[in-house]
Design a protein around this ligand. Structure first.
Ligand SMILES: C[S@@+](CC[C@H](N)C(=O)[O-])C[C@H]1O[C@@H](n2cnc3c(N)ncnc32)[C@H](O)[C@@H]1O
Length: 225
């Protein structure tokens, strides 16, 4: 069940309170991703993704709205994973706590290859790991996993979306925090990495993507599974 629509409206209209088992999502970081990916022709390869160049006030409003929906639909004690980078981590962590999530850890994704940046080139991103509510928090399914994950990023010329995440990064989140047949929600499908990882691991998925061209990519990707 994936929808080409705004996730805030979609969640309000389609998902009941306390009804989903896990949320894994990769929101716009408000860093204007997409527009800077220059090819040899010096033209941007992608346009800036939706809601990724907002004023601070609008970004805060937008983030609170989807986080509020995320909190409402998640079952108490269940987990949420939110991708973010170091520049937006402090705000996202603060806002997640304001809506009621209890942050349990911050996973460091080591992309194993350097990216952009002038003052030490970027090689990592964060994934905030949190639970809904203070009581009855579920534990993850393993005691062996640490909070540093080395997963190669998809190299630039192979990406089909400007902020594409490898499904190998997403799969452990799903396996550690949900069971076969449970429902995983992604508010920001992009090219469909979370949807792919959820379906491959035998979970049901509900997802939203506002841009028709990225929605189509997700559709194609999951229909090929
Ligand atoms: C950071 S990207 C997700 C990338 C994805 N994880 C992947 O691996 O391809 C965020 C996506 O959210 C979409 N988006 C932005 N605002 C949205 C909204 N209000 N509702 C649904 N999708 C939205 C953007 O078009 C973009 O594709």
């Amino acid at each position: 069940m994936i929808y080409n629509m705004d996730c805030i409206e979609g969640a309000k209209q389609l998902i009941k309170d306390d009804s989903v088992d896990l949320i894994v999502t990769d929101p716009p970081y408000n860093l204007g991703f997409g527009g800077t990916k220059l090819t040899k022709t010096k033209k941007p390869r992608f346009n800036i993704i939706a809601n990724d160049r907002l004023s601070q006030k609008d970004y805060q409003r937008f983030t609170f709205q989807w986080l509020y929906q995320a909190y409402r639909i998640l079952k108490p004690g269940r987990h949420i994973y939110v991708c973010i980078d170091w520049r937006m981590y402090p705000l996202m962590a603060l806002w997640m706590q304001r809506v009621g999530f209890v942050i349990k850890n911050c996973i460091v994704w080591d992309k194993m290859q350097m990216g952009m940046g002038w003052q030490y080139r970027f090689r990592h991103e964060f994934v905030i790991f949190a639970v809904k509510g203070k009581q009855g928090a579920r534990r993850i399914a393993t005691r062996k996993a640490t909070d540093v994950w080395s997963v190669p990023r998809i190299s630039g010329n192979k990406t089909i979306h400007p902020t594409e995440k490898p499904p190998e990064l997403i799969e452990p989140m799903i396996l550690n925090s949900s069971q076969h047949g449970e429902v995983v929600v992604d508010f920001f499908l992009g090219s469909g990495s979370v949807a792919e990882a959820a379906l491959k691991t035998g979970r049901d998925v509900i997802g939203f993507e506002v841009e028709p061209k990225y929605f189509k990519l997700t559709e194609e990707r999951i229909s090929n599974l």
